[in-house]
Design a protein around this ligand. Structure first.
Ligand SMILES: Nc1ncnc2c1ncn2[C@@H]1O[C@H](COP(=O)(O)OP(=O)(O)OP(=O)(O)O)[C@@H](O)[C@H]1O
Ligand SMILES: [Mg+2]
Length: 254
């Protein structure tokens, strides 16, 4: 394969120039960070699993007409995506109190919320991704009122759909983070779902035992991190063909 230009290296993924204009290759690393990169580590096989899990979930979402950046998986660690202009907002949906919501508002972790709550965080590592209101988003021009409407509409549908999908395999979807971007196609701008959906940015609890099956195992040093990510993939019926023996996968071509 030809040499590809690296465009961006983030904490969990690397973006390369794609084979055609308007496309990118998203490479999933095993690197894990938490608390705005104050805590760093690796989770062996995480990249392979997240690539596969995100492919699976984005494909399912496309089937219910959620526009996404996903085109196709290329190999164990890489997927082809449409390049978008990322809207600098992390959209968080919460169904059950956990993490910062539980802490900030003094609600015991595990409390079912009266209804699903959508929160926004401004994507800015220097500022520690501060929580913002819709007012800030539109006033500062990070997104238009129409973009925010589209984002909320998609986000609630995604939450409904994924809640059911995970419950079907014995997993409670506690909360998760989404990123959206703008895609310009045929002189039209559309808001599409971007980035990834994986145990790195979802809280997933076993529906029977409430055991954590996500990145909180890394954040809180709970151990059995690889096993938890693998179990999520297994329950979704998508463990990589090679099973758990070859989770390293091929190296990227650079
Ligand atoms: N379709 C896309 N087009 C362009 N950029 C994208 C697309 N999907 C995701 N991204 C961006 O690619 C990067 C993925 O890398 P990674 O998740 O490792 O970043 P990160 O360390 O979390 O940093 P960031 O604070 O930028 O999100 C993110 O910046 C994400 O916003
Ligand atoms: Mg990220």
């Amino acid at each position: 394969m030809a040499r590809r230009r690296q465009l961006y290296e983030g904490k969990a993924k690397i973006l390369f120039e794609g084979p055609e204009p308007g496309t990118l290759v998203q490479y999933f690393k095993d690197d894990a960070t938490a608390f705005n990169a104050q805590k760093k580590g690796t989770i062996t096989g995480k990249g392979v699993l997240n690539n596969r899990i995100s492919e699976f979930l984005m494909t399912k979402l496309a089937e219910i007409n959620i526009p996404t950046h996903f085109i196709r998986r290329l190999n164990m660690r890489e997927q082809l995506i449409k390049e978008v202009e990322i809207i600098p907002i992390e959209v968080v949906v919460r169904n059950i109190a956990a993490g910062s919501l539980a802490q900030r508002l003094g609600i015991p972790e595990g409390t079912r919320l009266p209804r699903s709550i959508v929160e926004y965080y401004y994507k800015n590592d220097q500022l520690n991704d501060p929580m913002v209101a819709e007012e800030h988003i539109t006033a500062f021009g990070w997104a238009s009122a129409q973009d925010v409407d589209d984002i909320v509409h998609y986000t609630l549908r995604i939450n409904d759909f994924l809640t059911g999908l995970f419950l079907g395999v014995g997993i409670t979807l506690v909360d998760f983070k989404l990123e959206f971007g703008r895609l310009y196609e045929n002189d039209e701008m559309r808001v599409v779902l971007a980035d990834e959906i994986s145990p790195d940015n979802c809280r997933l609890w076993d529906a029977k035992t409430n055991e954590k099956m996500d990145k909180d195992r890394f954040r809180r040093d709970l151990g059995k991190i690889e096993e938890a990510y693998q179990e999520v993939a297994r329950r979704l019926g998508i463990l990589p063909e090679a099973g758990s023996r070859d989770m390293k996968g091929p190296e990227t071509m650079q």
